[in-house]
Design a protein around this ligand. Structure first.
Ligand SMILES: C[S@@+](CC[C@H](N)C(=O)[O-])C[C@H]1O[C@@H](n2cnc3c(N)ncnc32)[C@H](O)[C@@H]1O
Length: 433
């Protein structure tokens, strides 16, 4: 089937949305405001994924993507859209999800953007795969496990851009093989940079091959900002990036990032936001909504290395943080000491954490799957104030509906763009009993 359609919005994965005789068409690469010729498999009744054949009339919001790999590489979905329109669409995606999935009518305010839409990405996981002429190091193509190499990735922090080339050359020089899906040594490289300039790298490999140390030393001497290179062993199948807890091959095992005046030490594999400057605005909003603590108890679930927990502790809350990654918890404890703040951190499953008393503040920042079990437990016996930081509007909307059915009302909602040029959008939502 083919038709010319008008693109009226963006879907959750960044595809353009058009309509044809009652059928909703999701068109990757199409921009809201475009008219385009698209083709799709016949037989679909309500929705179909369509291929963009030709833009017949370009949207005024269409712009030339700076990255030559855009369209092939799965890293970014929105480089062809003007950034102002991207922010407008992200706001709408949050409002639509709350309405369509959560059946909640909320006026969502403008999405807060970070200022820089390129060159911001401070964390990256590059898959390493065997290619016809040596190792391929890049990002996965859209909906595929083919690796697209792009040494000048436009969203990546410039200081990280030389790493794939360095690793590729090192692998050739030291005869280190790449994973082919069944065998091979190196399968991923995970890099993180702090605004202090420090970089830490984790090599994910199937064996503790001694020549990996040569590669680590090569990278350390080529990049003066590289403070350490770690190894995570991962022999198994499956798509998980990291394997066993990281151990150091060379250098030091942490870098320092500052958030709103606090110092956070981050390990090679701990979670930390990809756009620290944008994340600061989000954390400032949570602090503003939380208000002064004055000794009020606070439970910060999915606490990572303790960023929000320690910001709340500084604001006067008596904080307990829960996180299941042991490495992150040990950094959270050390981060409390380094900042001269008191907070208790426990290793555990946030979904099963003991709920605090009614007067407490509960904050949660789960991964994309949200917190369905926790939402049910909060609906039954949660405290009066909950602030939910979400990286997926659909799971936020699902969990919000459960909270509202359990007696909460939705307070303020604020979307943030922490991942410009990609389809990701972050939301902070307040729930009050
Ligand atoms: C989106 S991150 C948020 C981290 C932190 N709030 C921050 O901004 O730096 C989610 C965190 O939850 C942790 N996590 C995921 N599932 C969990 C669970 N069931 N219980 C506890 N922690 C979990 C991850 O290890 C990760 O550190």
């Amino acid at each position: 089937m083919r038709a010319e359609v008008e693109i009226t919005g963006l879907g959750q994965s960044g595809e353009g949305i058009g309509r044809h005789e009652g059928l909703v068409l999701f068109v990757p690469g199409a921009v809201p405001g475009d008219r385009c010729l698209v083709v799709w498999e016949p037989g679909r009744k309500r929705m179909a994924r369509a291929r963009l054949l030709q833009v017949t009339q370009a949207s005024p919001d269409r712009e030339a993507p700076p990255c030559p790999a855009f369209g092939t590489c799965g890293g970014c979905q929105l480089q062809a859209i003007g950034y102002t329109r991207e922010l407008q669409e992200k706001r709408r995606i949050v409002e639509d999800a709350l309405q369509r999935i959560g059946h909640l009518d909320v006026d969502v305010p403008a999405c807060i953007g970070p200022g820089e839409a390129y060159g911001y990405r401070a964390k990256v996981s590059w898959p390493i795969r065997r290619g016809p002429a040596g190792p391929l190091i890049g990002l996965f193509a859209t909906q595929s496990h083919d690796v697209v190499e792009q040494d000048d990735c436009a969203v990546l922090a410039p200081a990280l851009r030389s790493l794939p080339g360095l690793l590729r050359q090192g692998m050739l020089d030291f005869s280190l093989s790449a994973w082919d899906g069944r065998e091979g040594l190196l399968r991923h490289a995970v890099a993180r940079r702090a605004r202090s300039g420090e970089i830490i790298l984790t090599l994910v490999a199937t064996a503790a091959e001694p020549r990996l140390r040569l590669l680590a030393e090569r990278v350390m001497s080529a990049l003066p900002e590289m403070v350490g290179v770690a190894l995570s062993l991962h022999e198994g199948r499956g798509n998980r990036i990291l394997g066993a807890p990281a151990r150091m091959l060379a250098g030091a095992g942490e870098i320092e990032e500052r958030i709103l005046g606090l110092r956070f030490h981050i390990g090679p594999t701990s979670f930390f936001q990809v756009h620290p400057a944008a994340a600061e605005r989000l954390f400032a909003t949570v602090l503003d909504w939380a208000g002064p603590g004055e000794g009020t108890p606070a439970l910060d679930l999915y606490t990572g290395v303790g960023v929000l927990a320690l910001l709340l502790a500084r604001a006067g809350y008596r904080v307990q943080g829960v996180e299941y990654a042991e490495e992150a918890v040990s950094f959270a404890r050390r981060n409390a000491e380094r900042n001269g703040l008191e907070a208790a951190f426990a290793v555990g499953d946030a979904e099963e954490a003991e709920l605090p008393p009614p007067e407490a503040l509960l904050t949660l920042d789960p991964p994309r799957g949200g917190a369905p079990r926790l939402a049910e437990r909060l609906a039954a016996a949660g405290p009066r104030r909950v602030i939910y930081v979400s990286c997926d509007p659909a799971t936020l909307a699902r969990d919000a509906a459960v909270l509202v059915a359990g007696g909460y009302k939705v307070g303020r909602v604020q979307p943030f763009d922490l991942f410009p040029r990609t389809a990701h959008v972050e939301t902070v939502a307040e729930f009050l009993r």
